[in-house]
Design a binder for this molecule. Sequence first.
Ligand SMILES: [Zn+2]
Length: 263
Amino acid sequence: MTLQVLPQSRSMGSPNRGRLAQGREFPKEGPGWFRFSPNAWGTDETVTLLQWALEEWHRTFPDAPPVAVGALSREGGGRLRPHKSHQSGRDVDMGLVPADGQARKGFVPLPKSGLDFRKTVHLMALLVSTGRVQAIFIHRSLIPGLRQAAEEEGFSPDLMARLFGGAGRPGVVTAWKGHRAHYHVRFTCPAGDPSCHEEAVRLAPKVRATAQKKASPAKGTISKKSQKASGPSRKVLTNAPSRGKAGPARSPDSRSREGRRRY
Ligand SMILES: [Zn+2]
């Protein structure tokens, strides 16, 4: 799915070093969501497809509490503290669906038993079905619950592979530090937007583990040309230049810092 109308917005540069021209504001509330961040600007595709997915999700689960939507980008994009990415209108933070059916005001950490994996993974499936989602970053401890829920829901093998990987290709769901109380969706570059710079953001877990072990991150390991060979592995990132990196960006391991240093 892609927008066939001529989009007016332009996603310039990359999520970690970019801007947004002629962005579109994501509505404050709608069927299936409420937004609590004032930084709600995205590309035409990001905003339109996100809205579509949430509305579809709401049609499926009309009684579910609205999903908390956090930051997209600033109007005009650029650095949005405390995030490293969220600069070019292609990133959005989303809340997990609480199991008790009660809406939360923002991103509230809940134990796994307090999460509705089924409803959460359905929304992820809708997002992925647009064909325009590059990655969904979430803490690795939550991925098995999502996968199990997807299996129980009878998602097709193709959808399972698109979400979680399979047949030699990685899925969009990507383990990342932090992201216990929310997940981060990154859309691909809008179709036909030459100013947008696509970066590889992940490796399959086995490859990443190997890369981490081996990484003797010589200069240029993560140069723009070679990003396919590098993932968001910590070692590589630590030794990489601080700008233009792939992925939501480096962060301290500390769980307590998630609050102030979000992606
Ligand atoms: Zn984020």
